[in-house]
Design a protein around this ligand. Structure first.
Ligand code: ADP
Length: 172
């Protein structure tokens, strides 16, 4: 699997699937989640509501992933995953890593080859960007999924620079 980094807005990505840093309710939120629902239109929320009424009555658990249509977005699917809220008192790294492995598993199930990821948990959920980048990149690097490209779409120059540095470190 090739790892690529770009700076930009994930809602504009022409990938097979884009990953949403959702919350457990699946009913929308701020950050990437808000942007995806805003730009993707009501079809995505409709499928999320159906998921809440069937497989995920209590919401999507942290570290798991599920796909819906991408509505009006250029991507074909949105893979929703719920990152852990950062906590100093407890190591939740395995849950953050799980977001990436589970999303890639869902992508494989769909036959998606190019998958775009945001920096899950590194926004409202408070995860320090360098640590979030290290976990994201090392998890994807170790994956044996059939996805051919994992593209990290970083919002802003600072996030991009942090991912670039962590990728360099990983490859060193
Ligand atoms: P979380 O709740 O998992 O922390 P957020 O959406 O708050 O999720 O933030 C995750 C990361 O996504 C942050 O680094 C944030 O700056 C970034 N982000 C916000 N909007 C977009 C977007 N449209 N495209 C790509 N990344 C985005």
């Amino acid at each position: 699997m090739e790892i690529t980094l770009v700076q930009g807005d994930i809602t504009e990505e022409r990938a097979d699937a884009i990953v949403n840093a959702a919350n457990s309710s699946l009913l929308g939120g701020g950050g990437v989640d808000g942007a995806i629902h805003r730009r993707g239109g009501p079809e995505i929320l409709q499928e999320c509501r159906a998921l809440r009424a069937s497989r995920y009555e209590k919401g999507l658990p942290t570290g798991q992933a599920v796909a819906t249509t991408a509505g009006r977005l250029p991507a074909r699917w949105v893979i929703h995953t719920v990152g852990p809220v950062y906590a100093r008192s407890e190591d939740r790294s395995h849950l953050l890593a799980s977001c990436y492995t589970e999303s890639l598993k869902v992508a494989d199930g769909l036959g998606a080859k190019v998958v775009a990821f945001p920096a899950i948990s590194a926004g409202v959920y408070g995860w320090p960007m360098d640590d979030a980048a290290r976990i994201a990149l090392s998890t994807v690097r170790e994956s044996s999924a059939q996805v051919t490209e994992a593209r990290f779409v970083l919002f802003g120059a600072e996030a991009y620079a942090v991912f670039e540095e962590e990728l360099r470190r990983l490859d060193a």
